[in-house]
Design a protein around this ligand. Structure first.
Ligand code: PEP
Ligand code: MN
Length: 375
């Protein structure tokens, strides 16, 4: 399946000062001084192409700072006039969109909580009909690719072709080093479904702390994402929202300077030949793995029939433990990651159980049918 979005390339709607595209600015606009001072320092680094600021903040709990509101749009306008940086804000209602457009905001983005709600996204899409403005759609809070795609489609159907996605990670129940699990595979799937859709990574909301931002940013660039949105603040320690994850403009410049920029392709002939050769080897191994999995499944079918005919349960926990233990030791010896090996075996095991269940039940059904026809 390919996604049918009508999209203009990123470079046609944002002036990228320096590769990669960096969108930066405070999580929230707090005061005129804070926003202007941050904007001036960001502009002076020469590395930032767009100034971001949250004006209306969707807070998880009531009573937290809910954004400075419309007055912040005036400050943003001033920041743009003084620094020349185009501006971006989050919109969550039709009214936000109208106000942002009226005060000359250059780029709108839809936040993670809004993307999760199709009513909200449709309300924003409806008010955008006939408007020519770039819109970035953050992934929804929950790891649901269809919801993310649905929001992109709604905005695109409203006629917005200057469209991009922002990967900001997904909320997860499990404890982790990240505030929001990156779940890179979802962003990769989106990229595969629609290669022309620009995807910008938001390491600030993935990490939830300053320390991991360089690592996540570099990984995003290595996965060929088109840019980064990184929160910055003149003095992060006193930020009213997301204090732990904001960086000073100077720290931002340092992070960006240290990036290794790798190209998606190289035209060097020796490189191309060598890569093609390595890929051929991989293809051969993949074919072999598929063939072996097929053979394994044929044996599983026999086991299923045998268990069915002898009235034995599908799952024998001891056997599963044995598989995991033996294979994990072998995997370690050939330098495979243990976690990966376990996940891989679990996937195969689940499929084996599914197959055996099918056989058992089919057997039952068949014997019922046989019994019925014998009567
Ligand atoms: C933000 O960008 O400040 C924000 C609220 O992000 P998210 O919607 O990703 O939580
Ligand atoms: Mn934030």
């Amino acid at each position: 399946m390919k996604l049918n979005l009508n999209i203009q390339p990123l470079s046609s709607w944002v002036n990228i000062k320096n590769e990669p595209l960096i969108i930066s600015g405070p999580c929230s606009a707090e005061t005129e001084e804070q926003l202007l001072a941050t904007a001036h320092l960001l502009a002076a680094t020469g590395k930032v192409s767009v100034l971001r600021a949250g004006i209306w903040k969707p807070r998880t709990r009531p009573g937290e700072f809910e954004g400075i509101g419309s007055i912040g749009l005036e400050w943003l306008k001033k920041a743009k006039q003084e620094t020349g940086l185009p501006t971006a804000v989050e919109v969550a209602t039709a009214k936000h969109v109208e106000e942002a457009l009226a005060s000359g905001v250059d780029i709108l983005w839809i936040g993670a909580r809004s993307t999760a709600n199709p009513f909200t996204v449709q309300e924003i899409a409806d008010v955008l009909k006939g408007v020519d403005i770039p819109v970035l759609v953050k992934n929804p809070v929950n790891p649901d690719l269809s919801l993310w795609i649905g929001a992109l489609e709604r905005i695109n159907n409203a006629g917005i072709t200057k469209l991009g996605a922002i990967h900001r990670g997904f909320s997860s129940y499990e404890k982790s080093a990240f505030r929001n699990e990156p779940m890179w595979e979802l962003a990769i799937q989106l990229k595969t479904l629609c290669p022309e859709l620009p995807i910008i990574n938001d390491p600030s909301h993935i990490c939830g702390n300053r320390e991991l931002i360089p690592y996540i940013s570099q990984k995003a660039l290595d996965l060929d994402m088109q840019g980064l949105m990184i929160e910055s603040h003149i003095d992060p320690s006193v930020a009213w929202t997301d204090a732990k994850q904001q960086v000073t403009p100077a720290a931002l410049a340092e992070i960006v300077e240290r990036f290794s920029l790798r190209k998606p392709e190289s035209k060097n002939e020796e490189f191309v030949d060598k890569l093609a050769d390595l890929r051929k080897q991989i293809d051969k191994i993949d074919d072999l793995m598929i063939q072996k999995l097929g053979e394994r499944m044929a044996i599983i079918e026999k086991i299923g029939e045998y268990k069915r005919d002898n009235n034995v349960t599908i799952l024998q926990v001891n056997r599963w433990d044995e598989i995991i233990n033996k294979r994990s030791a072998f995997a370690k010896a050939v330098k495979l990651d243990l976690n990966f090996t376990e996940k891989f075996l679990e996937l195969i095991h689940n499929e084996s159980i599914r197959k055996q269940t099918e056989i058992m039940n089919l057997g039952e059904e068949l014997s019922n049918i046989e019994e019925a026809s014998a009567k």
